[in-house]
Ligand binder design. Sequence first.
Ligand code: FE
Length: 336
Amino acid sequence: MRNLKKIFIHAAMVALFTAPGLAFSADEVVVYSARNEQLIKPLFDAYTKETGTQIKFITDKESALLERLKAEGNRTPADMLITVDAGNLWLAAHEGVLAKTKSKTLEANVPAHLRDPDGYWFGLSVRARTIVYNTNKVKPAELSTYEDLADPKWKGRLCLRTSKKVYNQSLVAMMIARLGEQKTEEIVRGWVANLATDVFPDDTKEMEAIAAGQCDVGVVNTYYYGRLMKKKPELPLALFWPNQQAQGVHVNVSGAGITKHAKHRAAAVKLLEWMSSEKAQNLFADENMEYPANPTMKPHATVAAWGTFKQDTINVAEAGKRQAEAVKLMDRAGYK
Ligand code: FE
């Protein structure tokens, strides 16, 4: 009986050590991702093919993943969190679910303003939140800055997405960092006074309203413009790069950090470094029509065709630090 048991254990061990992806390929990384499967799967497949490292992942909304990481604590299987917007990355670090990563590779590949100064997270792709306008109703020469959209000349001509969306919270947070609270509040009040209609639940609906002539101008993330124009190239919409004489266009990132309780920390850091590298940057950015964070890589031709612009180089972490302040300010200003 005793021998039989031994044999069973041995058989189990042999099975364990010969099963592919287990003992012989000890490297495995578990990822929680707020970027959807269609965007990350090709990237992970390429990595597994190159290195043999298996990647397990789940995708969910950013807030659900953060709650899950907090609830799981040190029992979490997650080694890496991928999420969108520096506001969300900052929050994850602030809530204590991420660990610092010190990596010369990441520091070389990701410009300083697109990563956390303390190394808790790193931007991997860039999206610009810029001005979009109806080409039948607005000449680009009439446009200049985000601030100018508060000018009475835009009364009844502006469309905006809801202030509940983190993208707008980050935009306003960065304005507070640059202009101070009082000036920013004046501008946001001006935007609200210029609104043609109620705020929109998403950037696409906002652009459709602009294209339909319900309003003339708005503010959106570049990849939503890319997606819409791919489907309906006939729409009379174009992007404008504001604040080019000043600090530049507001940019934000999608990015990743290593979790505090990672079980495969070294393997996860390697994966993160690879994601910032030349090999992976276009795989990460192009499918979503974003810009690679690594400046040595060029964006996809569709994205490049929107033109070049100067980007704001204030550290995107400011978006997180000032998020609560931005939310309160928008509330005071009546921006719904
Ligand atoms: Fe988005």
